[in-house]
Design a protein around this ligand. Structure first.
Ligand SMILES: *[C@@H]1O[C@H](CO)[C@@H](O)[C@H](O)[C@H]1NC(C)=O
Ligand SMILES: *[C@@H]1O[C@H](CO)[C@@H](O)[C@H](O)[C@H]1NC(C)=O
Ligand SMILES: *[C@@H]1O[C@H](CO)[C@@H](O)[C@H](O)[C@H]1NC(C)=O
Ligand SMILES: *[C@@H]1O[C@H](CO)[C@@H](O)[C@H](O)[C@H]1NC(C)=O
Ligand SMILES: *[C@@H]1O[C@H](CO)[C@@H](O)[C@H](O)[C@H]1NC(C)=O
Ligand SMILES: *[C@@H]1O[C@H](CO)[C@@H](O)[C@H](O)[C@H]1NC(C)=O
Length: 269
């Protein structure tokens, strides 16, 4: 034990003399990508889970929760959405509402912060319309859209370009819209009719959304990990002594730093 401490100290002094690496790499360590669940999803900048370090490893507005059961949840204007897939290389993800939509009477419109999120364009994203508080006397043409599991309440569901939407609105008071992915089908024209029978399947496929955050790629490619001070991007470097604004300085040191770090870890055991 004594020896380990001594060698750590020596290493540290040596590094001080070289005016470089004897620093606390805590931010870099803390901001390692965090796996969530077994599906290969992980939490990385700009997303973060709230912990003692706050939004250090992420960017404001991108807080997520990783539950013990492996579900990754993004709350948007007070409603939870499950992150099914996340693509850091294209800043996009597939979301599914976390609500039980067997009877979607509690569904609300999705309200996005336009500075943070936007839906994929309409060649990929369609809209399902849920009509609530409908009158008891429905015309025959609307009966297929009725959601049976809401009985005795009368709710209808259809696509926003369904030719019966106008008629539906005449018979119902309350309209809620939810994005759905339409590119599962051959094309927008051939898209199936969404109705009371199949809407759960359609909605559970989720929808694609892009996020807007400072660009981390430059930092990542230079060997760093991104975070923020609450306003600006910060690049945490494994071998640097500073926080950098965009990327880590090009240094030929990373391999020696890694051995330094492993020594440090061994000696602190
Ligand atoms: C996962 O856990 C969260 C929080 O405990 C819960 O709300 C959610 O319904 C769970 N999801 C599944 C699929 O069990
Ligand atoms: C992102 O990565 C996925 C697989 O990891 C790949 O299928 C996709 O084409 C990539 N997208 C871009 C824009 O590079
Ligand atoms: C959703 O709600 C319905 C009826 O309220 C219930 O039968 C079903 O088990 C629920 N599903 C989940 C996944 O909780
Ligand atoms: C639906 O109608 C009931 C009364 O008939 C009313 O109390 C309720 O607020 C209405 N809900 C909506 C969402 O309009
Ligand atoms: C009801 O549907 C039929 C066929 O689906 C259509 O021909 C008819 O015009 C519709 N009625 C109304 C009132 O829209
Ligand atoms: C939901 O959005 C639709 C379309 O944007 C709008 O017509 C409807 O009034 C909204 N519903 C509520 C409850 O705000």
């Amino acid at each position: 034990m004594q020896q380990h401490v001594a060698s750590t100290l020596k290493l540290c002094i040596f590094l001080f003399l070289k005016q470089s690496f004897c620093i606390d790499p805590a931010s870099y360590e803390v901001c390692a990508p965090k796996p969530c669940g077994n599906d290969g999803r992980y939490i990385n900048f700009p997303f973060f889970t709230l912990g003692p370090r706050g939004s250090l490893c992420g960017y404001p507005g991108f807080e997520v929760q990783c539950h013990d059961n492996g579900s990754l949840v993004l709350p948007i204007s007070g409603k939870d959405y499950l992150v099914k897939d996340i693509y850091y290389n294209s800043s996009s993800m597939r979301l599914v509402t976390a609500q039980n939509i067997t009877c979607p009477s509690g569904l609300t419109n999705l309200t996005l912060d336009p500075d943070r999120f936007r839906l994929y364009d309409e060649s990929v994203t369609g809209e399902v319309v849920v009509l609530m508080n409908c009158s008891k006397e429905l015309p025959e043409n609307l009966s297929r859209y009725r959601i049976g599991s809401c009985d005795p309440d009368i709710l209808l569901v259809m696509l926003s370009d369904d030719r019966n939407l106008g008629m539906g609105k005449e018979h119902c008071d309350h309209v809620v819209v939810a994005p759905v992915q339409v590119d599962y089908y051959a094309g927008r024209q051939q898209m199936e009719v969404v109705d009371g029978e199949n809407y759960v399947e359609v909605m559970m496929k989720g929808f694609m959304m892009e996020w807007i955050a400072p660009y981390c790629m430059e930092c990542k490619e230079s060997g760093g990990r991104c975070g923020s001070n609450g306003y600006d991007l910060q690049c945490f470097c494994p071998w640097g002594d500073q926080i950098h604004a965009r990327s880590c300085p090009t240094a030929s040191k990373p391999s020696s730093f890694i051995s330094f770090r492993s020594k440090l870890q061994i000696s602190s055991l």
